[in-house]
Structure formats: C-alpha cells, structure tokens
Design a protein around this ligand. Structure first.
Ligand code: NAP
Length: 292
C-alpha cells in the first residue's frame, strides 16, 4: 500500500512555483497577484483564506485579502467583483464560499471575469473543461489529478466511482476522469444520495473518489482488494481530547480500508494541501496568460 502524500507533493509544487517566480523577478516581470474575497466571519472560511494568503507569501506571489461584513448586499459584492475584474494588477481572484443567504452564489460566480477565475467555477471555464479545452480546472479536482499523475496511478481502462456530485468536486471529477488523456480514460460512475445499493457499485471500483462529507462513510467491506482511494472529505468531528476540541476526519475508514488499498490519501495530509497548491498553479497560469 502506498500513501499518496499530498503534503509532500504540494510542497514540491510550491518549490517549483517559487523557482518560476524567482525567474520572473530576475527578468523584471511582475509577480502573480491573487486576491480573495471573504464575506462574513465563518471560522473555517477565515482559516482557509488565511492559509491561501500564507501560501502566496511562501511562493513569492502578491496577495490581497478583501474582507466584507456578514451584512454585505449582493450589489456591494458585485461592485467589489467588478473592481477586481478591471484591476490589471490582480491576475486572479476567488470568492470564498459559502456566502451569506442574502447573496445569490450563482449570480456572483457568473460575475467573475473568466480570465481571472482561478477557482474554475465560471460556467465558461467549466464548459471548456468538459470540452477538453485549456482552462482553469477547479483546484481540488486539479490537485487529485496531479497527485495521481505524480505517483503514476494508472487510470486508463479503470472503473472509477465518484461519490458526491457537488459542482466543486464530484461533478468536475467525474468529467475529468472520463476525459481522453492521462489521468483520464476511465469508465466513470457518479453516485449521490439517491444512489441505490452503493456498496454493490463501490465494490466493483478500481478507483474511488469520495467527496460526500460523511465521516468514515466508506468501510473496508465496501471496497475490493488493490483499490485506489482518494478521500476528499474534511469534517470537523468534536473530540474533547483534542487541543482544538475537534479532529479532522475524512470520508474513509482509513485504518481498515488502507489494508485493502493499493494507494490511499490520508486525511489530513492528502487532497487538502493539494488544493491550495493548485490554486497557486492556476494563478501562475493566469499571470502567464495575461502576459501573452
Ligand atoms: P457537498 O456540496 O455537500 O455535496 C455532497 C455530495 O455528497 C452531494 O452530491 C450528495 O448527494 C452526496 N451524498 C451525501 N450523502 C450521500 C450518501 N449517503 N451516499 C452517496 N452520496 C451522498 O460537498 P462538497 O462541497 O463536494 O464537499 C464534500 C466533502 O469534501 C466535504 O467534507 C468537504 O469539506 C470536502 N472538501 C474538501 C476539499 C479539499 O480541499 N480537500 C475541497 C472541497 C470539499 P446529493 O447531490 O444527492 O445531495
């Protein structure tokens, strides 16, 4: 069994990006600039954005965090987005989700200039991804592809089962695994909360990508020997013995499933760190495109 070490690979990617930024500086070029808008005071969202800003500092990017209050109106947020859309100093930006209920998330994501949409959530970029065109691939699916690529996980001709069909993980993952090319060329089954007899499906899978957010959902009796397991789930499970009062738990019963797996991602330290690294990669890509 091989651990797909997202922490190590993400550090390798950050080192590679740092080298590229150093070359840009040496040539007198502007370094990539990522901005992040955060609306409200959600603890987890603030933690995620802070780690994205720290990652920018680590690789030598410029970064801007735009904080807006929980009572921000949709119009105010759309104005801020337009400001970033037209600010030529900003190469890419993200809007940290979830947004407060008074704001229509879809409308907001549609307002982002697709050329600066480094999260890859705009329908134009999502459509390009589905059509095998060059675009920004959403960071978490992009990170999963990169992790499999760097470990040489074979995907061609394999049966991949994706659990969860969210717009940010499960749905794009199912499209990407079925695309022509590597990693891809899989036969894909996309499952969700209405799927019947899920064990019958998962037990036929060569690769399982689990993104549902139910701690320890995938058990050893649901998988076959030598399965490849990608655990996207991140759930804070209350634990009084932990310093923070909770532990981060994945969707997979790691202890038992890992005994049957050929490759498996841990939680934490698997897909999570890859997501931030790929956001940086998309920002670098945005900068390169703006230079052309
Ligand atoms: P989401 O929007 O909550 O979607 C969950 C999906 O799981 C839905 O499609 C839902 O089906 C499906 N589902 C729920 N219960 C199910 C069941 N019993 N059997 C089969 N499918 C079931 O989730 P998300 O945003 O994709 O996030 C999923 C998990 O990944 C969360 O723990 C999240 O924190 C984590 N995550 C991690 C990263 C990372 O960087 N590692 C990034 C993003 C998300 P329906 O569509 O029928 O409701």
């Amino acid at each position: 069994m091989t651990i797909l070490d997202g922490k190590k690979v993400s550090n390798d990617i950050k080192d590679e990006i740092t080298d590229q930024v150093k070359k840009m500086v040496a040539k007198g070029e502007k370094v990539p600039h990522l901005a992040a808008i955060i609306v409200g005071n959600d603890g987890a969202s603030l933690t995620y954005v802070a780690s994205k800003v720290r990652a920018c500092e680590r690789v030598g990017f410029e970064s801007t965090m735009v904080r807006m209050s929980n009572t921000t109106s949709e119009v105010e947020l759309l104005d801020k987005i337009e400001e970033l859309n037209t600010n030529s100093d900003v190469d890419g930006f993200i809007i940290q989700l979830p947004l407060p209920p008074q704001i229509n998330t879809q409308k907001v994501l549609m307002a982002v200039n697709p050329d600066k949409d480094v999260d890859g959530f705009h329908p134009m970029n999502f459509g390009k991804m589905a059509l095998d065109m060059s675009t920004f691939i959403p960071a978490t699916p992009f990170g999963i592809l990169e992790l499999m690529d760097r470990y040489g996980v074979e995907t061609k001709g394999k049966h991949t089962v994706v659990i969860g069909r969210s717009h940010i993980v499960g749905r794009p993952m199912s499209i990407l695994m079925g695309r022509k090319g590597f990693p891809g060329n899989s036969t894909v089954t996309l499952t969700h909360s209405h799927t019947k007899n899920i064990t019958q499906i998962t037990s036929q899978a060569d690769i399982i990508i689990s993104a549902l957010g139910v701690p320890n959902f995938l058990k050893a009796e649901m998988v076959k020997d030598d399965v490849v397991i990608i655990d996207v789930g991140i759930t804070r499970v209350p634990d009084e013995t932990a310093a923070k009062g909770y532990v981060i738990t994945g969707d997979v019963d790691f202890e038992n499933v890992s005994k049957k797996a050929s490759y498996i991602t841990p939680v934490p330290g698997g897909v999570g760190p890859m997501t931030i690294a790929m956001l940086l990669k998309n920002t670098l890509l945005a900068r390169e495109r703006h230079m052309q």
